[in-house]
Design a protein around this ligand. Structure first.
Ligand code: NAD
Length: 538
């Protein structure tokens, strides 16, 4: 039932222009009387958005306002966000989106996306066809099992795919009509939700094991059948499931996991740009991880590939990477190591003191992925400073309270020598009259650009080489003047330009590796540009 009356056009977020409809359009669609007299430009509308937003003091209320704008006028929403990413990214994504998910039942009005219940396992194709768009290219999918640092939020985790896809469009130029947020409802272990009569998801404990695996398999098959050009981005699944799902499907369909691969790529982008700023070869860096879990392996696996790309053998690469977990240094004599940990264990006597391990191994960089706040203590930083002119200190655990050290500690204890980047944001630090700007490994420099390149080339797979290319391309965007200010990542204010440049390099890699489904264009740069969404009224 197609309804093209002015009234329904005003209520269609993709078509609505609000007060920007011209007099001719008002006449043509029967909009007279439904809008006030003035015909406004999108710039005037944005001024009003900022004013209305200022009426709300709490970020969560600003989030609700912005999500309503998305449901009301998509073009205006994306133009507003893209014009000022530094202001809006924290409102539409982390940290505000975490609270939004926790309160999803109270704050969401008309969330865009699909809820796929495990009960509908055999009916998924039919349900996917209920989505109004017929050519979907990108889905971000979660099971709500481990939302940011907030744990199990069940179907309220849908806020994360919604937010992430907003970033694909506003920071990477992926057209919004090709994106689809999905939550897989497999129950929840959140007791509060299970006892809440208003929780609208499946009221049972999380279904796990074979039944869960079969549901994921049915989902992957169904979505690839209904949307053959789809790329699936897995988001915020609990660690073990995340690794298993990625390994099961990465060779079979176009898919990746941003928590694992995006995080690894942005960390490596940081190491590459630091090496450049130090005028040091990447292969001369030596890494010691505190923590040997999912995050450590994601980063370490990609580091091995980077070392190999730069000329080392696999064995030489592994020799540059050390790990230290809750039971100490990973050494060959340990009998408690899991299969996947063995390759990172080396021949050395056992050691259970991290600061001491630093003096033995002499890393140029320490990477904190242990979840233990404060684990990089003064002795750790002082030992790193004793053996390195510029010690690289990367506490990557989230949230801030779990960060292995603060930026202030790293700069103070290293007497201003540390090169610092963290998982959670830290404010600039003054040390002896100099201002240091801490880096934050923000995946937003990776996934929107990757998404744009995949969308444009209709890539068949997402390989580690593709992600490494993205990492290298991000590092290239950092210029000398940035280094002088202590910056190792590009500026978020430039995100669209950075994403475009990164997407060009990634697309080149996709064409070179034979993974594109479209013909190689004469100019990849022009090709990428031509595919980017521009939030303008048509
Ligand atoms: P995990 O539970 O898989 O691994 C934690 C590791 O830390 C384990 O190897 C454990 O032995 C070790 N550990 C715990 N206590 C320790 C101690 N006192 N001393 C030394 N080692 C100790 O967790 P994870 O998924 O790898 O995440 C780790 C941290 O990294 C989290 O804070 C998370 O926010 C952050 N992070 C994770 C990801 C991801 O993809 N999983 C991405 C970015 C950041």
């Amino acid at each position: 039932m197609e309804d093209n009356t002015g009234y329904s056009i005003l209520r269609n977020p993709r078509l609505n222009k609000g007060s920007a409809f011209t007099l001719e359009e008002r006449e043509k669609y029967g909009l007279q009387g439904l809008l006030p007299e003035a015909v406004e430009t999108i710039e005037t509308q944005i001024v009003r958005i900022h004013e209305q937003l200022d009426n709300f003091s709490k970020p969560i209320n600003q989030y609700v306002y912005l999500m309503q704008l998305l449901e009301n006028n998509e073009t205006l929403f994306f133009k507003t966000i893209s014009n000022d990413p530094v202001k809006f990214l924290p409102l539409v994504y982390t940290p505000t989106v975490g609270e939004a998910c926790q309160k999803f039942g109270q704050v969401s009005r008309r969330p865009r996306g699909l809820y796929l219940s495990i009960k509908d396992k055999d009916n998924l194709k039919k349900i996917l066809k209920n989505w109004p768009e017929k050519d979907v290219r990108f889905t971000v999918v979660t099971d709500g099992g481990r939302i940011l640092g907030l744990g199990d939020l069940g179907i309220f985790g849908l806020g994360i795919p919604i937010g992430k896809l907003v970033l694909y469009t506003s920071c990477g130029g992926v057209p919004p009509e090709y994106t689809l947020p999905i939550v897989l409802d497999v129950g929840t272990n959140n007791e509060e939700f299970l006892n809440d009569p208003l929780y609208p998801g499946l009221k049972c404990k999380r279904i796990r094991g074979k039944e869960f695996d079969d549901f994921v398999a049915a989902f992957v098959a169904a979505i690839n059948e209904v949307f053959p050009k789809i790329c699936i981005q897995w988001e915020d699944f609990p660690g073990v499931d995340a690794i298993k799902i990625l390994n099961n499907y990465r060779e079979k369909v176009c898919t990746f996991n941003d928590d694992i691969q995006g995080t690894a790529a942005i960390a490596i982008a940081g190491f590459i740009s630091i090496s450049r700023s130090m005028k040091k070869r990447f292969i001369d860096q030596r890494f010691l991880f505190l923590g040997a879990g999912a995050a450590a392996f994601g980063i370490a696996d990609m580091l091995v590939k980077k070392f190999q790309r730069d000329g080392l053998t696999e064995d030489e690469a592994l020799g540059q990477i050390w790990m230290f977990d809750v039971n100490g240094l990973l050494v060959n004599s340990r009998t408690d190591l899991a299969e996947h940990q063995l390759q990172f264990a080396h021949d050395l006597e056992p050691c259970t003191d991290f600061a001491e391990a630093i003096l033995k191994i002499k890393p140029t960089a320490i990477v904190g992925v242990s979840t233990v706040g404060g684990a990089f203590n003064q002795q750790v930083i002082e030992n790193m400073s004793a053996i390195n002119e510029r010690p690289i200190i990367f506490p990557y655990s989230n949230p801030t309270s779990h960060s292995e050290c603060t930026a202030e500690q790293a700069y103070n204890w290293s007497k201003g020598k540390a090169v610092f980047a963290s998982g959670s944001p830290f404010a600039p630090v003054e040390y002896e009259g100099k201002t240091f700007t801490p880096g934050q490994g923000n995946n937003v420099f990776i996934f929107p650009a990757l998404g744009l390149a995949i969308f444009a080339t209709e890539a068949k797979r997402v390989t580690d080489d593709i992600l490494l290319t993205a990492a290298e391309a991000v590092a290239k965007q950092v210029c000398l003047t940035d280094f002088e200010k202590g910056l190792i990542y590009p500026n978020v204010a430039d995100i669209l330009r950075v994403s475009e440049n990164v997407a060009v390099k990634v697309a080149e890699e996709i064409f070179n590796s034979g993974l594109a489904s479209v013909e190689r264009p004469e100019s990849i740069c022009d090709f990428i540009k031509s595919k980017m969404y521009v939030p303008e009224y048509k």
